[in-house]
Design a protein around this ligand. Structure first.
Ligand code: PHE
Length: 447
């Protein structure tokens, strides 16, 4: 196995290519679909403050830890632990592989919704939204299992195809072109959203923290959302770090990705919440929030159809660049094992598509587990259990088991001046992150 890997491991073409691909993984449905709805169901402004604190205190240090592991080992998530230390540690990689597959199973469903909405923009969505029926339209669509699964299949097919094309040719190329477009469009949409009549109430719900509503569950939800949004705790950044050249500064890269990802989430909230209140939608409405409020905004813009199609196209692209990173985690394992890229991408992609079907049909009211939608249950396991657990173990691994290796990676064997930064980060990976995650986990976990 090792020979094959050393001979021909793929690499990113450039530093900016890596940043955009990692940001492409991080920025996705988590920012534009999930962040607003989780903020809405967790009471608004106070959640936003806690979320940003989680990114800064825990997210950044776990991301750096993952990049360190991946770039040092130059292998997939399981192989990296095996190569650096062995013992029981590869289990952390396996947990990551399982988590990535489970996330992608329902992610593909929502990815399919974005495709549907690109097309629907031209086929009556604007008229429905103008008549105040965007919610009914969404409900009608997701309760039609055949359509939902067809679009999910299409989304997964495209994901598999890009992964099959490989690291530089496929993943990097697409991220570089389309991520900046999303950013610009969000700014335009904020302009429209905050000037809607009644927007003020939404802005204060979103930006005025009311800490009296905060519970331990809120804090765990913020932690889980931070892991989800930054693609952490499940080996994705280990895998992407493994394609990284040795001369790139890891702390800088991690900081840039965290910053970009958080900006996009915060901007997305500023698009959604003013509109939620302007159109009288319930902020705790759940997974449909983005798909229900945005058409309402577009319907009030000249050329709304075009804006709508453009927005959902970019949301689709953001989802795709995250989905490919999710599929890449599992594929990298099998490719390092000697499978061809084609075989790994098609086999894993198809299995994950099948795993997603129960989520796809659950929201229409079909499939429930203990009274909850299957999709929510899958999300609960990945966000609130698997990713925080993975992040905690990754921190412990880097802080306690391979601190010397980490120092070489972070400082480029002493070439990159990091001043006290390394020691502060060590305090985080050794103590702050594991203990904070454990505490939040124990106090906040509730079915
Ligand atoms: N971060 C992605 C998003 O916000 C989702 C994701 C999670 C991607 C974990 C990869 C790994 O949409």
């Amino acid at each position: 196995m090792a020979n094959q890997v050393e001979q021909q491991r793929e690499q990113w073409g450039s530093k900016i290519g890596f940043i955009l691909a990692a940001a492409g993984s991080a920025v996705g449905l988590g920012n534009i679909w999930k962040f607003p709805y989780v903020t809405g169901t967790n009471g608004g402004g106070a959640f936003v403050v806690i979320y940003v604190a989680m990114v800064a205190c825990i997210g950044f240090s776990v991301m750096l830890a993952e990049l360190v592991i991946g770039r040092n080992a130059q292998l997939n998530a399981v192989g990296s632990f095996k190569k650096i230390k062995g013992g029981a540690w590869p289990a952390v990689g396996w947990l990551g592989l399982a988590c990535g597959a489970l996330i992608l199973s329902y992610y593909g469903v929502v990815g399919g919704w974005t495709i549907k909405y690109i097309l629907h923009s031209f086929t009556g969505l604007m008229e429905l939204a103008a008549a105040g029926q965007a919610g009914d339209a969404f409900g009608g669509f997701i309760s039609n299992p055949i359509m939902v699964i067809l679009y999910q299949a299409l989304f997964m097919f495209i994901t598999i195809w890009v992964v099959y094309r490989g690291v530089g040719e496929g993943i990097e190329r697409y991220c570089k072109v389309l991520m900046p477009g999303l950013f610009i469009l969000l700014i335009v949409l904020i302009g429209r959203s905050v000037t809607l009549e009644g927007a003020g109430e939404g802005i204060s719900f979103y930006l005025k923290p009311d800490f009296s509503k905060v519970t331990a569950g809120t804090v765990l939800a913020a932690l889980g959302q931070a892991f989800f949004s930054l693609s952490l705790g499940m080996g994705c950044m280990i895998t992407y770090g493994s394609y990284l050249q040795k001369d790139i500064s890891l702390p800088g890269a991690a900081a840039q990705v965290c910053f970009l990802d958080t900006m996009v989430a915060l901007l997305a909230g500023l698009v959604i919440f003013p509109a939620v209140f302007a159109f009288g939608v319930e902020p705790g409405a759940g997974p449909g929030l983005t798909f229900i409020t945005l058409p309402g905004i577009f319907a009030q813009m000249p050329g709304g159809m075009i804006w709508s199609a453009l927005f959902f196209l970019l949301l689709f692209v953001a989802a795709l660049t995250s989905a490919i990173s999710l599929l890449e985690v599992a594929c990298a394992y099998f490719i390092d094992k000697g499978w061809s890229r084609a075989k790994a991408a098609w086999t894993m992609g198809t299995l994950i598509f099948l795993l997603g079907i129960p989520s796809g049909i659950s929201l229409g009211g079909g499939l429930k587990i203990a009274g909850k939608d299957f999709m929510d249950v899958a999300g609960f396991f990945t966000d609130q259990i698997m990713m925080p657990l993975g992040g905690m173990l990754i921190s412990i691994f880097v802080g306690w088991v391979i601190a010397d290796v980490a120092k070489d990676e972070v400082t480029g064997n002493g070439r990159i001046p990091v001043f006290a930064g390394f020691d502060i980060w060590m305090i985080f990976v050794k103590f702050v992150s594991p203990l904070a995650i454990l505490y939040i986990f124990v106090t906040g976990l509730k079915w």
